[in-house]
Structure formats: C-alpha cells, structure tokens
Design a protein around this ligand. Sequence first.
Ligand code: SAM
Ligand code: 2KA
Ligand code: SF4
Ligand code: MG
Length: 228
Amino acid sequence: MSEQVTGAARDSSSAAERLRVCEIFHSIQGEADAVGWPTVFVRLTGCPLRCVWCDTEYSFQGGEWHDIDDLVAQVGAFDTRHVCVTGGEPLAQKRCLRLLERLCDAGHEVSLETSGALDVSEVDPRVRKVMDLKAPGSGESARNLWSNLAHLQAHDQIKIVIADRADYEWACDVLREHALQQRCMVLFSPVHLKLTPRQLAEWILADRLPVRLQTQMHKQLWGETPGH
Ligand SMILES: C[S@@+](CC[C@H](N)C(=O)[O-])C[C@H]1O[C@@H](n2cnc3c(N)ncnc32)[C@H](O)[C@@H]1O
Ligand SMILES: Nc1nc2[nH]cc(C(=O)O)c2c(=O)[nH]1
Ligand code: SF4
Ligand SMILES: [Mg+2]
C-alpha cells in the first residue's frame, strides 16, 4: 500500500516536471558573450511573440514532452560544460525555471536566451541571462517588460536585434535613457540578411557607442539549418 502511494506520488511529481522540447543539439555557441564555446542547446517549444524576422518559427509548435531528469541526463551525455536554454520563448513554460536550476546543480555553465517579454526575476542567479529588448522593426516592442532591467546582474547581457536605421536610433535612445551599459554588457546584432554587419559596425563606431557588435556565427558556419 505504502509503495503504491509512493509510486503514485512519484508519477505525479514527474508529470509536473515535464517540458515541451523542440530540439536538443550540440553546436558552437553562435551568439552573445559565450560565442565560440562548444555548447549543448535545449530549445523549448512555443512562443507568445511573433517577431517578423524570427529565424526559429519551427519551434512555435510541436516538439515532445520530456521529464526534467531525462533532459538533464541527455544534456550530460554530451560531456560539454556550456548549456544554452532557448526557444521559442523558454520562460513561457514555467517549469523552465526548474530545468535551469537543475542544469546549474549538475555543474554546467548555463545561459538563457529570452525575449525580454516575460518576467526574469525568478531565474536562478547562476544562469547568465541573454535578454533581448525588442526594437520596433520586430513588430513586438510593445511586449518589452521594462521591469526586467532591474533583475539583470553583471554577468547577464542585453541584446538588441536591429533591422534598419530607425531600430538603431531606438536602440541608442534606450541605451541612454536606461543607462544600459551600467547594468551589463550590451550587444547590438543585425537582423540576418536584412542589415549588413558592416553598416551596423559603421554606425556604432561613428557614434562611439559602448556596445558590442555581434553576428550569428552559427549562420556563417552552417547557414540556417535547424539543429545548429
Ligand atoms: C530565436 S530567439 C529564442 C529566444 C527568445 N525567444 C528571444 O527572442 O530572445 C534567440 C535569439 O535569436 C535572435 N534572432 C532571431 N531571429 C533573428 C534574425 N533573423 N536575425 C538576427 N537575430 C535573430 C533573437 O532576437 C534572439 O536574440
Ligand atoms: N549555434 C547556435 N547558437 C545559438 N545561440 C543562440 C541560439 C538561439 O537560437 O537562441 C543559437 C542557435 O540556434 N545556434
Ligand atoms: S521572441 Fe524569440 S522565438 Fe519568439 S518570435 Fe521573437 S525571436 Fe522568435
Ligand atoms: Mg537561433
């Protein structure tokens, strides 16, 4: 009897610890401060935003349910220190918080790619948050949750993905008004194949901006193939 109760309790707790996952893959980190590190990516399914230039629309639906224990074991099997949890919008599934904590407990260097539209205040402080602020050209800038800025730590990063000159000027205003560079590293990234990295570089240099230019290195290596 007591064994049955224990079994049932275990089943319901593991069901509560499941996440819908789009893909798990091993690649070179192509973005942000950890660029270049061999990294395991856990891409969660689903996103409540629809950025017009999103390169990961295939993650909006589908995927498979996985236990957090199983995910931590699958990640561990790659024998790789860096892990990046992304999506879709990973924080759209509340249990993502538990996955992040478990990956840190397992000794990984964990980063989280997030849109900036969902509350980041409960993310484990060991996780390096890479938080977008969505510029107008994304079509989703009304979703920016500005209160998130107060929850960034020095090891986190703010990323602004820029489609054109209007987005760049918006980013400059936000940088100044919210003193972003005093909070953490600020990354400006061109929308792939929409704005040239060179044009963005020239604007940053001309304006003496204290920001870091980033491009998506994985697209240089593999193009837009999913799973890279
Ligand atoms: C696919 S999103 C997933 C995480 C989260 N939903 C977000 O938007 O941050 C990962 C990163 O890719 C960026 N991204 C998506 N499409 C892009 C594109 N076409 N060019 C440049 N960056 C892009 C996003 O802005 C975000 O920083
Ligand atoms: N190689 C590689 N690096 C990445 N860094 C962030 C990614 C993402 O989609 O969030 C990503 C990705 O999709 N691939
Ligand atoms: S928030 Fe991220 S995953 Fe969602 S549409 Fe925008 S870029 Fe794509
Ligand atoms: Mg990507």
